[in-house]
Design a protein around this ligand. Structure first.
Ligand code: ADP
Length: 271
């Protein structure tokens, strides 16, 4: 369920802010519809690059057979399409793996800080390409949570990569953290990823974590997006008893904040 709540935002106001908490109350019929939609969407997403590949193969076997320049150009495009299909399949598999284990809580004690740092380091080449400076404001001391390292890497990869993709080229992305209390008064460790790009209009906020939901499909594809990243983020956070806060002032940027119960607080009863 999506709960619009007046919480203080990174922008100092309470506008355009959406807190997503994950208590599934979806009726069975709606679940069936969503499943059918998902299969239709996934098939469509895979068909598009596949159709492009078939088209180029036909052209290479026919009109472009003896044109070396065209062949090289087409092979480059085919390679990009094949990469896109591979990424989509990877994301679909990750999503189904996380969904299947939704009710099993990850139980390894992990320090969040080196995980976030590793993701930032791995994304430096993309940041350089986009001419974006990543500023990191994280504590020097460990922050332990009960988690799954690989899933947490995926989660922060998605959030920081989105900030680099949809943030303004030539600007900065700030990755910061704070210890606070959640709405039910329990301690919560938060990692916020803030960009200074085009931001997100309020009507899109409640749907952003739906599978294949994109504000601008062409834009997302041009950036190599599959439309599954935030859905994966939602499911990973759900499994970690976490929550996602999305804040944005359109035209000024967006902040995605992941909140986690620290390890010592995990044994509190489920709400
Ligand atoms: P994608 O693979 O398309 O990036 P995501 O699930 O990660 O898929 O994001 C869904 C959509 O949310 C994106 O297509 C984009 O329209 C929007 N979005 C995500 N992050 C941001 C951001 N930081 N700023 C603006 N829009 C964003």
């Amino acid at each position: 369920i999506v709960t619009p709540v007046p919480v203080p935002t990174a922008f100092g106001g309470v506008d355009h802010c959406m807190l997503l908490t994950f208590h599934d109350q979806t009726p069975l019929r709606r679940v069936e519809e969503m499943r059918a939609d998902f299969v239709a969407n996934a098939s469509h997403e895979l068909r598009t690059p596949l159709a492009a590949l078939s088209g180029f193969i036909d052209t290479l076997q026919g009109p472009a057979r003896d044109d070396a320049g065209a062949r090289d150009r087409f092979l480059g495009i085919m390679h990009a399409q094949a990469t896109r299909m591979a990424r989509l399949i990877d994301d679909l598999l990750s999503l189904s793996r996380v969904e299947l284990s939704a009710h099993v809580r990850p139980d390894a004690l992990v320090d969040l800080i080196p995980i976030v740092r590793q993701v930032v380091d791995g994304l430096e080449p993309l940041a350089a390409e986009r001419q974006v400076r990543i500023e990191v404001e994280l504590p020097q001391t460990p922050v332990m949570i009960c988690g799954d390292r690989e899933e947490l890497l995926r989660l922060f990869e998605n959030l920081i990569e989105n900030a680099l993709k949809y943030g303004a080229s030539g600007s900065r992305v700030v990755v910061s953290s704070m210890m606070d209390v959640s709405l039910d008064g329990a301690p919560e460790f938060r990692v916020a990823v803030r960009d200074f790009g085009r931001g997100i209009a309020p009507e899109h906020l409640p749907r952003l974590t739906e599978r294949f939901y994109r504000i601008d499909a062409g834009d997302s594809r041009a950036q190599g997006g599959t439309g599954l990243g935030l859905s994966l983020v939602k499911h990973i956070l759900n499994r970690h008893r976490g929550r996602l806060l999305i804040e944005s002032v359109p035209g000024h940027g967006a902040t995605f904040t992941a909140g986690f119960p620290p390890a010592q607080a995990v044994s509190r009863p489920e709400v």
